[in-house]
Ligand binder design. Structure first.
Ligand code: BG6
Length: 522
């Protein structure tokens, strides 16, 4: 109970104070730098990156000095680029005002460098421009390159950056870092090849592979929930947990991304990266510290312990689906979306039962499902505990004795809830599950920032703990690639096999055995 009156539960001032100490991170200790953006006229830049930079600027969280240099092919100058970005912020971050001093000071930091991505001269000139900006703004020679281009361009850009000496691996004033967007490779082989190319130009500690899920507050909170509370760790294992369910459901269909998605499918798009990242945080052992490599070492151990599937396992432990028309006019089937083949075999839904073969998790199924055009946008993890022995309350019947369940809501309605069994008020011994609920929205006054803000700031700080390391990405692909290959060799289900706006194909229900079922997010 806090200091409130009349039994009201409020926050004690010391909790509030200690929270402020954790949350507020002044920008004074951040190195000045130039943020060089490739793919500067693309969708990601407009929707996420520039709004994130501007929001950080408005909160005083960017280093000072700091400049953004857009590297792109289109014929533009600084002022046209500034006007474009203003429009992007108005469209995608309307809560941020672009009238007034804040915008003026931010837009004065935006520069445009015109060049084709395959033009060596363009990179040399970029070097010259950066040196000038260094002089003008005192940037300390620090550069953060952000590759927000389609993945086909990654190797080329990296190669040219190296050729122009912009990787600064030698003895130089300042640092050079590279943020690289997903998809990181198409399968294990291509991911390895990309890692090798990166390694030939940048050292691993210069490379920041983005998985934006790791920038989400609720994903970071998994570690805090597990390791900053005494009550969870002793029961976080096969002795107490029956199964774990991870759901990444989206209501959206293709939204003009059909061309990309046709080659990707939900497994490459969501499962190989976001869902497996969440799984590793749920399953990992406590790291020795929170530094980047300690955390990532433990995550890699989980990935290594996941059983790799043979053809038979793929048939048994995986389900794929593709949506057809739903019951509303706007819920069109996948095959009629723009950029999608009329006989497409691409999966828009997938479900898996993974096994983690280590001491902690042997025998506990990890169910993962991800889908487009589901009834609800929700990402959550459900930890389903084992049932209690039906002795004491046996006469009440098993229906009332639901096992405890911890739900970690990653989005929306960020928070966590625990289902516990309680006695219903009244003369009878009636018992039923009730929910203890924690909601970010009401527990904290601080609004949740977009994941990109946190990740960009971490890269500026040189903290790679929320970025994927080379071996982590390869391990994840080594789990997924055999599944994708086996799907190719197995007979494909008759697509479409679920209606848009439903929870996926029938077969996904049968994946859960032993009396278990999906706990659909409500
Ligand atoms: C991206 C995928 O990585 O994540 C998209 O390419 C997906 O298909 C998106 O919609 C989901 O991100 P969020 O943050 O909206 O859950």
């Amino acid at each position: 109970m806090g200091e409130g009156t009349g039994g009201e539960v409020t926050e004690t001032s010391h909790i509030r104070k200690s929270r402020e100490q954790v949350v507020i991170r002044p920008n004074e200790n951040l190195d000045p730098c130039a943020f060089v953006l490739f793919g500067a006229t693309g969708d990601l830049t407009r929707r996420k990156i520039v709004p994130a930079l501007y929001s950080l600027h408005c909160s005083g969280l960017l280093p000072d000095p700091f400049v953004v240099v857009a590297f792109a092919r289109r014929d533009k100058d600084d002022s046209a680029f500034r006007a474009d970005m203003k429009q992007a912020i108005t469209e995608f971050a309307p809560q941020l005002s672009t009238e007034g001093a804040e915008w003026e000071s931010f837009s004065a930091r935006l520069y445009y460098h015109r060049s084709n991505l395959d033009d060596s001269e363009g990179y040399k000139n970029l070097g010259i421009r950066l040196a000038e900006l260094d002089q003008e703004h005192k940037l300390g020679g620090n550069r953060l390159f952000y590759l927000a281009t389609p993945p086909d361009n990654f190797s080329e850009i990296v190669h040219h950056l190296g050729e122009a000496g912009l990787n600064l691996t030698g003895d130089h004033k300042g640092w050079s870092r590279l943020i690289i967007e997903k998809p990181f490779g198409y399968d294990l082989e291509t991911a390895k090849a990309l890692n090798q190319e990166l390694a030939s130009v940048f050292k691993e500690d210069q490379v920041y592979r983005i998985d934006h899920y790791l920038g989400k507050e609720t994903v970071q909170n998994i570690l805090v929930l597990r390791f900053a509370n005494q009550i969870f760790e002793p029961i976080w294992n096969k002795n107490y947990i029956d199964n774990i369910q991870i759901t990444v459901a989206e209501t959206l269909g293709m939204e003009g991304r059909g061309n990309y998605f046709e080659k990707s499918g939900i497994t490459r798009d969501i499962v190989q990266n976001h869902a497996l990242q969440v799984l590793t945080l749920i399953a990992m052992e406590p790291p020795v510290s929170l530094d980047a490599d300690s955390v990532r070492d433990e995550k890699v151990k989980v990935l290594k312990a996941i059983r790799r599937f043979e053809l038979d396992d793929v048939a048994r432990y995986t389900v794929r689906g593709q949506y057809g028309h739903g019951d509303k006019d706007d819920l069109v089937g996948y095959r009629v979306e723009e950029g999608v083949a009329a006989d497409s075999q691409t999966e828009t839904f997938a479900a898996f039962q993974f096994s983690i073969e280590n001491w902690r998790w042997a025998g506990v199924p990890f169910y993962v499902q991800a889908g487009k055009r589901m009834p609800k946008r929700v990402t959550e993890v459900q930890i389903q505990f084992k049932a209690i022995p039906e002795v004491l309350f046996a006469r009440l019947g098993s229906g009332s004795l639901k096992p405890n369940r911890l739900t970690i809501r990653i989005q929306p309605d960020e928070g966590a809830s625990m289902e516990i069994i309680s006695k219903e008020p009244g003369p009878q011994m009636n018992i039923q599950p009730v929910r203890m609920d924690f909601k970010y929205g009401s527990a904290f006054d601080t609004p949740i920032r977009d994941a990109y803000e946190r990740l960009i700031l971490d890269a500026v700080r040189g903290d790679a703990s929320l970025f994927a390391r080379n071996d982590e990405v390869e391990e994840a692909w080594s789990i997924i690639t055999p599944i994708l290959n086996s799907w190719h060799n197995l007979t494909c289900p008759l697509f479409p096999n679920y209606a848009a706006g439903t929870w996926g194909p029938e077969a996904a229900q049968k994946l859960l055995t032993g009396g278990r079922g999906w706990n659909f997010p409500c």
